[in-house]
Design a protein around this ligand. Structure first.
Ligand SMILES: NC(=O)c1ccc[n+]([C@@H]2O[C@H](COP(=O)([O-])OP(=O)(O)OC[C@H]3O[C@@H](n4cnc5c(N)ncnc54)[C@H](O)[C@@H]3O)[C@@H](O)[C@H]2O)c1
Length: 289
């Protein structure tokens, strides 16, 4: 099935929205990006230039193709100006109220049944977001890219309860055309990726808290013994310990099971402001360079 996308609208020019816009543009799709923060467009354009420059250096893409991809991306400063798109991917802040507000506006702006409204949320229920689209709920779907988007292979495809089979098939086709591997998961808290990953990270904090081993040993054992590219504790530092706690809360509440509650030591580190790489210290220290 063809995805039928000529112009992709991306909401949010942050880490994820910027990456999604770049990958779509490299795949030959025209991209319009909207971000509510005034400086976001310029920052995002700078990131694209740098990232595509690295792909050119590594001979993964020609300079001409990189230039053509950059020329396909434009920015608007209001959601009302995000017109003429035939597919939208939302990648704004992980806040259900903000997302539902935008999906309500988008459904009204795009009454055409063919326009798909996708969300890159990592934890919020797609079925819940879709309620904001009213009668358009069947064309709302989760399209969960991974960070950094230009490098990571997976798109987790998450249909909501009302998503139509046609929208699912077109999402799979679009992710494939963007050079990704789409894999489907049901709309349950954490989908598959965070449901499996986060409890493992949480367990690593329990192992540390109970003195089973020191962080370096926990990470080393999982790296060398399980062939992970990095250990669970250093990965938590990259994700952000506060984000880890938030996702555990989503799992515990969404799956109605206290076994997903965040480890007390993980919560304590967050209380102390040790949030990981972004705050300079989490499990490990990251001195400013
Ligand atoms: N960072 C990750 O590793 C990762 C991975 C997968 C999915 N996600 C999901 O992707 C989404 C974005 O995450 P991110 O890491 O790119 O965040 P980010 O903070 O880097 O970017 C979010 C952007 O959204 C903009 N924004 C906020 N409110 C807006 C609004 N009302 N309208 C338009 N723009 C608005 C902000 O200005 C910011 O530029 C979240 O839903 C997150 O859960 C993140």
């Amino acid at each position: 099935m063809s995805h039928g996308v000529k112009t992709l609208g991306v909401l949010g020019a942050g880490q994820m929205g910027g990456g999604i816009a770049q990958v779509a543009a490299v795949a030959g799709i025209t991209v319009k990006v909207f971000d509510a923060f005034p400086g976001a467009a310029a920052k995002c354009a700078g990131v694209h230039k740098k990232s595509l420059g690295k792909f050119v250096e590594k001979a993964k893409i020609s300079q001409a193709d990189a230039d053509a991809a950059l020329a396909r991306i434009s920015y608007v400063d209001a959601v009302e100006k995000l017109t003429g798109c035939d597919w939208i991917v939302e990648a704004v802040v992980e806040d259900v109220k903000v997302k539902k507000d935008l999906f309500g506006k988008l459904a009204a702006m795009y009454p055409d049944e063919k326009v798909v409204l996708a969300s890159n949320t990592s934890s919020i229920s797609i079925t819940d977001i879709a309620t904001a689209a009213g009668a358009g709920a069947h064309r709302v779907i989760g399209m969960h890219f991974f960070n950094p988007v230009p490098l990571m292979q997976l798109v987790e495809v998450i249909p909501g309860l009302q998503t139509s089979p046609e929208v699912i098939d077109r999402t799979v086709a679009l992710a494939t055309a963007m050079g990704k591997t789409p894999l489907k998961a049901q709309d349950r808290a954490g989908f598959v990726s965070n449901r499996v990953l986060m409890p493992m990270i949480n367990e690593a904090f329990y192992a540390w808290m109970e003195g089973v081993a020191e962080p370096e040993a926990i990470d080393g054992i999982m790296k060398l013994g399980c062939n992970f590219p990095m250990g669970p504790l250093v990965l938590a530092d990259f994700i952000g310990l506060d984000t880890c706690v938030n996702i555990m809360n989503v799992l515990a509440d969404g799956l109605n099971n206290d076994r997903y509650r965040a480890c007390p030591l993980l919560k304590q580190l967050v209380t102390a402001g040790r949030l990981g790489v972004k705050s300079g210290r989490g499990v490990y220290a990251y001195p400013a360079k």
